[in-house]
Design a protein around this ligand. Structure first.
Ligand code: SAM
Length: 302
């Protein structure tokens, strides 16, 4: 079978689930990943032919995609901040917006570290990631800031197994993470309860992308998210959508070091309420940060 025929068939079979450009993108990514070829080999080499084994693997993948299963679960990984993270149905698939949270956190981290350097203070950066899921935020900060002490918590044992088992390298040639950098430390904890004791006691940066979709927003969501991603990672009750932000504010109130800062990812409908929640919880400053689509997506607090 020719690759271009398989791609054509796949795009058509995914047509009832995704807009054409997205169906095409999914099929090209699938083929690129499974065949290890360039993305456009079907065009540069129109006679590119699939052997029997490749047809079997790709057909099995296509059958899974056709049920609405997200491509990242089919492939077993998601790209985030230029790295490949293992994902299973026990963890949320990291979203591109969350890269903005990491960018902002790295900017704050570099400010804190420069100030310390100017004062001759060599205390490492201490970072806490609440509701870590796949660990994408914790790992990104740990890898981008060598020497940072990163702790991360989640309520789900299964998510923590994925997060702590990540084997992230930027290229095949790169050494595995444990040999070249500190790994984040993952803890099981319910952030709706009191915080446990952490060895570093306080943190310079507290980050969180907690569940924030209201149950009433389910009707606007695609079935591939609803049927496959863990609902514990997504939803909050309509009657208390600020539940997790109160918890983050409470943890940050007792765990944030003097001069520390925090960033939370938020539901775009709740920006001003979450902004005010942090001010009402005793933080001096709060600021809303927008995402790629100019929607309220993060709140900074300090
Ligand atoms: C929106 S996901 C975020 C995952 C990851 N940080 C990311 O940005 O892709 C929210 C995470 O919160 C966790 N979670 C839900 N309730 C929790 C609780 N009470 N305490 C701690 N973690 C919780 C879920 O297991 C899930 O992994």
């Amino acid at each position: 079978m020719l690759l271009r025929d398989f791609l054509k068939e796949g795009i058509s079979r995914l047509g009832s689930l995704y807009p054409p450009s997205e169906a095409r993108d999914i099929m090209l990514t699938l083929a690129e990943s499974r065949l290890g070829t360039g993305r456009y080999v079907y065009a540069t080499d129109p006679d590119y032919s699939l052997n029997e084994e490749s047809v079997n693997i790709l057909s099995h993948d296509l059958a899974r995609l056709e049920t609405g299963e997200p491509l990242q679960y089919v492939l077993g990984y998601a790209e985030f901040f230029g790295r490949r993270f293992k994902v299973t149905p026990d963890v949320l698939i990291p979203r591109p917006e969350t890269e903005i949270l990491c960018d902002e956190a790295l900017r704050l981290a570099s400010g804190i570290l420069s100030e310390r350097k100017a004062l001759g203070n060599s205390t490492p950066l201490r970072v806490l990631d609440l509701c870590t899921g796949s660990g994408c935020i914790a790992w990104t900060i740990a890898l981008e800031i060598p020497g940072a002490q990163v702790y991360a918590v989640d309520i789900s044992e299964k998510a923590l197994a994925v997060a702590s088992g990540q084997d992230i390298r930027q290229s095949e040639a790169e050494a595995p993470v444990p040999e070249r950098s500190r790994r984040p430390v993952f803890h099981q904890a319910d952030i709706l309860q009191d915080p446990p004791h952490f060895p570093c006691e306080t943190f310079d940066l507290i980050l969180s992308n907690p569940p924030y979709i209201m149950e009433s927003q389910k009707k606007d969501m695609r079935t591939n998210v609803l049927d496959y991603e863990p609902s514990i990672a997504l939803f909050v009750p309509d009657e208390d959508p600020l539940l997790f932000y109160r918890a983050v504010a409470r943890w940050a109130g007792s765990l944030m070091a003097p001069g520390g800062m925090g960033i939370v990812e938020i539901n775009e409908l709740l920006g001003p309420r979450i902004h005010d929640l942090f001010l009402d919880s005793g933080f001096e400053k709060a600021r809303i940060i927008k995402d790629f689509a100019a929607k309220d997506r993060f709140v900074f607090f300090s």
